[in-house]
Design a protein around this ligand. Sequence first.
Ligand code: 2IP
Ligand code: CA
Ligand code: CA
Length: 376
Amino acid sequence: AQQLLRLLLRVSEKAANVARICRQETPLFELLVQEKTGEDKNKKFVRDFKTLADVVIQEMIRHDVCVQFPELKGFIHGEESNKFDNGLGESVLVTVCALEEETATMLATVLDGNHKAASLLAAAIHQDLQLTDEMAESLELPLHPSDLALWIDPIDATSQYIKGQVEVVAEGEICPSGLQCALVLIGAYLRATGEPVIGVINQPFAERDLVSQSWKGQHFWGVSCGSINAFSIPKPICHTAEESLSIVLSSSEKQVVKDALTPLCGGRFIYAAGAGYKTLCVILNLADVYVLSEGSTFKWDSCASHALLRAMGGGVIDLKESLLSFEKDESPRELTYHQARPGSQGAERWANHGGLIAYLDNNKLKTVIGALLGKL
Ligand code: 2IP
Ligand code: CA
Ligand code: CA
C-alpha cells in the first residue's frame, strides 16, 4: 500500500496542475463554469458551481488509480458525477481515455470545439509526473488495496476557486478566503469499518511568485492504521499553558453555537472558507478546533483530513452523536465513511449530518463538547 500512497500523492499533484491550468486561461475558465442542478446540489448554496475542472480531476484520479490498482475499481467515490453539459445543450460523459489524443478529442466535444484548450487539458491529464517524497516512499504499510475505498473531493471550496481572489497573508496565518482555501482532497478508508486510513491534501494555490505571477502548491499526507501513524507535517508544539482556545468556524455558523463557544475563546472566532481548509488549519495547528453544527459537509470533504488528524493523534467527531454519548459518559464518536444515510437521496446520503468537530488535542475536544452540551 505504500505504492498506493505514492500514487495518491502523484495524482493529487496532477490534479493541482489541472486546477492551475484551468485558471490560467480566462476564456477557458469562463467556459467551464456551470451551475449544479437536481439531486447533486449542495443545499448550502443557492447557486453552486460545477466546473469541468472538478469533473476532469475526479475522472483523472479514478483512471490513474484503476490502472495501477484494478482492485479499487468500483470503490472510488467522489463528489462529482462525470456527466457534463456543454454550451451546445449536449450532455457528454467525461472519461479519461488510454491515449492523450483520445482524451483531447473527448474534451473538445465538451469544450464546444475549443481544440487548443482541450489539448492543454489532455496534456496535463496524461502528464507522467514524478514526485519524490522520501518518507512516503520508505513507509511500510500493513494495508491491502482490496480492503480500501476512496473518497475524492477534486476541488473543495469551489466558489473560492471560481472567484479566484488572491489574499495576501503572512506565512503561518489563516487565509479567510481566496484561492488558498481551494484544496484537492483524497482519502482512503477501510471498506469493512469505514475508518479513514490514508489522507492526501494538495493545496494548488499555496504561494504566488510575485514576479512571474505563477502559483506554487504544497501537499500534506498522513497514514493511520494499527500501530502505524505517520504524517508529513512537523509535529505541532502544544501550548498547554494557553487558556484560550482558537476556534475556526464557517462564516455561516449559527449564533447559538457562537454564544456557547464565546467563553472558550473570548468571542475571538476565526472565519475561513472551505471545509477542507478549515480542517487543514487544525492540522497545521493554526487553530485548535474546527466546529460545524450543520450537516453541510460530506464524506468527501472530511475523509482525507480525518486520516491526517488521526495519524497526528486527533480526529473528526460527529457533533450531535458525541453530545449524546458525552451525556452517557461514553467517548466521542468519530465519523465513518462506508455507510450511506438510510432514507436520504443524492448527495445527502453522504452528508456528515450531525455536524462535526475536527481536533488534535483530546482535552480541547472535551472542553468544546462540554461547552456545547445542552445548547444545540
Ligand atoms: C464546500 C466548501 C464550502 C463549505 C462546504 C463544503 O465544498 O468546502 O466552503 O462551506 O461545507 O461542502 P463553508 O466554507 O461555509 O465551510 P465544495 O466547494 O466542494 O462544494
Ligand atoms: Ca467539498
Ligand atoms: Ca468540490
